[in-house]
Ligand binder design. Sequence first.
Ligand SMILES: Cc1cc2nc3c(=O)[nH]c(=O)nc-3n(C[C@H](O)[C@H](O)[C@H](O)COP(=O)(O)OP(=O)(O)OC[C@H]3O[C@@H](n4cnc5c(N)ncnc54)[C@H](O)[C@@H]3O)c2cc1C
Length: 520
Amino acid sequence: MNRNKSIQELSSTKEFDICIIGGGATGLGIAVDAASRGCKTVLLEKYDFAKGTSSRSTKLVHGGVRYLQQGNIKLVMEALKERGLLKKNAPHLVKNQSFVIPNYKWWENSFYGIGLKVYDWMAGSLGLGPSKFLSKEETLALAPNLDEDGLRGGVLYHDGQFDDARLAIHLAMTAADHGAVVINYMSADGLLKANGKVCGVIAKDNIEDKEYEIKAKAVINATGIFSDSIAKMDDPKAEPLISHSQGIHLVFDKEFLLSDTAIMIPRTDDGRVLFAVPWHNKTIVGTTDTPVSSASEEPIAMKGEIEFVMQHIHRYLKKDPSYDDIRSVFAGLRPLVKSNSKITAAISRDHHISVSDSELISITGGKWTTYRKMAEDVMEIAVHKTGMSEKECVTKNLHVHGYKENNNYRASLYYYGTDEETIKDLIKKDNSLSELIHPSLPYIKAEIIWAAQNEMCMTVEDALARRTRALLLDAKAAIESAPLVAQMLSKEMNKDERWIKEQTASFKKTALNYLPLAIT
Ligand SMILES: Cc1cc2nc3c(=O)[nH]c(=O)nc-3n(C[C@H](O)[C@H](O)[C@H](O)COP(=O)(O)OP(=O)(O)OC[C@H]3O[C@@H](n4cnc5c(N)ncnc54)[C@H](O)[C@@H]3O)c2cc1C
């Protein structure tokens, strides 16, 4: 993937079949679907791929045990099927993760145990392993840091786990491998219309400060929490469709789990579930569900949310983490399609597709796990509209970029799949690239060079937040590594000393919001 090459292709293409606005899970999934069907496809992302909600998830590829509790059978069935397909098509990125639900009340074991047997049954042949009732001793063997006081037993079940931003980058690369033009830092600032119908996008290159008119047979708005703003470009009177709910995660060292098994707490005070999941040798704990009034590309965790997560995790762990143990705090906004309910936890996570009078197609809602199905559904409408119905969806069996069977998830560069070998080749040429970018981070210099050369990494934040996950794993270490990363990128991108200073300062400003003690 190369940005200059993409811009050249953009300039030389008279008309695309499909133009997608938004480079999160939804938009990238659509780009993969459209390009692999054989449609001439362009995707425009205002910031970086997965800068929005798609890099801020709980990192679960799941059917959604809590949706089962809510009785949303259709959603769970669909998500379980998609979970299986994603594990099949991106085995280098989707791991089988075991979870323990600890039971402290007499009725919980049979209640959750039976529910999870239904979950297993619904997954059918795409299941990741059977659930199991556990004695108190078995529960503690799998989750040794659980509070023993009052513990009666537990239930073991399986779901998928992944690296969200890495999958987003690999989807962008998959789309590019199939001929799509994907460009980051390119915003849709207006819509082109002919005879009252949308026929393209006015786009701005936010790096070169240049405007483009992009013609397309169909334009798809996949901007998540920003969806209403694109709808307004189409029709200034369009009613807002999206409400926003913030979810935060706290990141601790691995020692707070003491094992590779995740813990699922089935009922928090506000009726949600809370997860503590091992991820890249850390523990992620979350999440919350706080209604917020406006969309932001860089949402900030609130003090009350951090306290909520800390209070709940303290109830269940023997060795409690303190505020000083928090390595990073990250927040994301759910784009929820409005219903009459005032409680955001009860609003549907199902996706919603609409076609405006001027034929702008918008898709919102859903979840990471179901991105492929969302893309298929929206593309069925788009190919029909553009008279290309003969082009059929092929993504059920399409390998994601980097596809590698029997991946060793303990290997340091496992998440690159087949690209791992090419990264190792960089080290063969220059051994200094095997050095860590920071003693507290698991990333080496070769990853930064690889990202700049092949993954459209344009800024220090791209490198530390989404090409690597340094900012989420340890915000302080990420800030400390920023000058080195800026230096390395500047060489690759031919930038001067001023750029290095600006990039380092700009990253620090953003990253400070991931340090819990900076949040008041
Ligand atoms: C706290 C939390 C936890 C979650 N956990 C999970 C989980 O464990 N598993 C799961 O399956 N799902 C999970 N989800 C849901 C999942 O993350 C989202 O459904 C998904 O990421 C939404 O993707 P999206 O592409 O629709 O939106 P986004 O990722 O927000 O992408 C929209 C993109 O559009 C871009 N954009 C906006 N305006 C413009 C413009 N004018 N021009 C060009 N681009 C523009 C934005 O920059 C952004 O990158 C979670 C969500 C949250 C908030």
